[in-house]
Design a binder for this molecule. Sequence first.
Ligand code: HEC
Length: 187
Amino acid sequence: MSLSNWFAAALVLVGVGGVALTSVWAGEPEGARVERGRFLVTAMGCNDCHTPLALGPNGPAPDMTRMLSGHPEGLVMPPAPALPEGPWGVIASHTLTAWNGPWGTSFTANLTPDEETGLGKWTEDEFVATLKTGRHLGRGRQILPPMPWQNAAQVPDEDLRAMFAFLRTIPAVKNHVPQPLPPASVR
Ligand code: HEC
């Protein structure tokens, strides 16, 4: 075969490979989907706020025994201290799971599959709708900062579905996260 024929054959193979990949995507095996979800959840930094930080030998680190279980229910937060006149505007617990700013106080959600306190009863569609609209279950109250749902809303539905598939596989942690509190000025 001449060099140009090799090249043509290679192009055909790449083309066929592309088609094959597309069809794998359409009916992707569950393991690959979960693995993609794990990659996305990790790379998009969901652990940064949804896994409590604990003090370890190398300083604060995500406590993976409580992976993605949100603000620990045992850590009852006193009212947030008033901040001096700007430019400081936000304050957080040492776990980085409770946040106070002009929106009030928000607590990071439990993303584990626990039925009562986590996403156990959520459907895949509700998860996607939440991240696309910035509303609880896609139809409830508005989600407060610093949840970066506007970033997640850019992610294709298929990838959000993969993230949900991964979240289904992590250990369920029973941890009841408190409701957000309004700003002190309107309390
Ligand atoms: C900078 C911190 C931060 C990061 C990073 C973050 N979250 Fe959140 N998330 C929050 C906070 C705070 C809340 C609670 C907001 C509220 O109560 O309104 C929340 C709430 C949620 C909720 C619950 C919404 C509801 O209606 O109950 C889901 C689902 C969620 N986050 C998923 C994710 C996923 C998936 C990622 C990674 C792509 C992520 N979060 C990254 C802070 C964060």
